[in-house]
Structures are given as structure tokens and as C-alpha cells.
Design a protein. Sequence first.
Length: 304
Amino acid sequence: MKHTCILAVVSAMIFAFSACGIKPTAANGATNSQQPDALMEEWRAIAASKPEEVDQARIIQIANTLAEHGPEALEPFFAVIEDPDATPVKKMLAVMSLSAHVDQSHAPRLMALSEPEHDAVTRGCAVHLLNNTGTPEAVFHVRDLMDDEDPHVSKVATMVMLRTGHGEALERTLALWDAPDTSAQDRTNIVLGIPDMVAMACLRVFEEACCNEELERHARQRAIQVLEFLGNEDSLPAVAACLEAEEDAELRTMLEAARAEIQKRVDEGVTLTPMQIPAGMDIQFKAIPPDEAEEQEEDTDTEE
């Protein structure tokens, strides 16, 4: 049970990081304190903290400074993910550190780490990073992992595919949201993971989340912000009910702003329409699996 809770917490850290877009402070030259060994020593000290006490912004700063030293300087982060004895928190912080720096050359390595011979945490970390490699093989591999036998891996894969707007991932996510035994951490991840492009199709999730005190604060903030920009007349009762019960001054201010914006749209007769994905951008329906692509290339060569 404790292991499952840790997985949920560190997964929430990843989705919060993705949603908030933490930006590093650029390094000014490589001083002694910015040498790889010293930076990794500092990183390991931060990673040893309790999850709620981790300085995520500094973690990202360190990773970006290390990236300036070249790909080899990032190898310690891969080593953490690959280490079967590393804690889940350290592995997830390694994911945060690598997120902006993985590319297509890392796809084979990460796909191998997502295979069943590795533990669930390692596999989940690899899945988190695979989507950032930008390769069709990685996307289809993650899609297949939505059906993995390990519940943690399948859930992570579903949340990763959700961020691309994948239709089946959205359906599974909404079913998870509706399940009575879904944990608050999983609900936090859902609120943070639903991309803007499909948010209008999930307004009920944000309406239910805005006043759910069991959710992480940043998830509630995102729910309120989504309602401010996309909520409709049907969203007003949820916002009003939340305002009546909410005691936090900052959240009340956000809720008041959301109610005002929604009411303004209602009064002006403004109707929002769902964001349309440009032609050719819907990878989950337009892309061709690598093996099929090779077959098509062979057929084309034969015809020529």
C-alpha cells in the first residue's frame, strides 16, 4: 500500500511539472559549483528530500546546466532510472530532469526500459519520457502499453497518450474519473493531464474538481482556470456552490473571476466551440505504424 501511494505522489509531481511548465534560470558560464560532479551531488541531496519538500525548480536548473556540458553529463539521470534500487522519488525526479533533453536517439533505450522485465516504476518512467522523443515508434509503443498487464504502467501510458489528445485515452480517463474507488492522486493527475484541446469535452471533470478539497491545490487551480476560459452556463452552479463553501482567499478570488467571465459570456450570448486539430496533426488517427509504413514503401518500390 505504501509503495502504491509513493507511485501516486511522484506521478502527480510529474504531471504538475508538465502542466505548470517550470522554466529554468539560464546558467552564466561554468563555474566550479556548476561542474557536473558538483551539480550531481547537489541534485542527489535534493532528491533525498521528502517529495513535498523537493525544490523542483532547482532540479530543472541543474539538469539544464548539465545539458550545456553535453549528452554525457546527463547519463547519471539515465543511471538513476535504470537502477533497480533507486527510490521511486529519485526516478521520477530523473524523469523531470531529462524531459526537455531526450530526443529520437533515446527512443530505443527508453522502449527497452519499458519492457516487462523491469519494475513498474522504471517502466513508468520510461513511458513518461518516450512521448518526448517525438518518434512514431515511441508513440505507438506507448499506445500499446495502455493495455499492459501492470496497472501502473497502463495508467501512465494512458495519461501520456491523453496529453496528445488520443480519443481512446480520453475515454479511459473519463471512466477512471467516474470510478468510485479512484484515488485523489489519480484525480489530480487527470485534472492536470487533460490537454486544452479536449478540455471542452471534459468540463464536468473541471466542474467537479474545482471544489474538491482532496485534490492537490494546483489541480484545483487549473480546474478553476479552465472554467474561467471555457465554462458555460451549465458550469455556473458548480462555481457558485464552490464559492459559497470556499474559505481560501486566493481560490475565492479565482472563483469570482471565473464566475464573472462565464456570466459575461452567457449575457453576451457567446458560444465557444471546441478547438479543431489542424489536418495532419491528429497523430493517433493519421499516423501509420512503422511496420505498415515499411510495407507501403516496399509496395511503392515494386510498382516503380
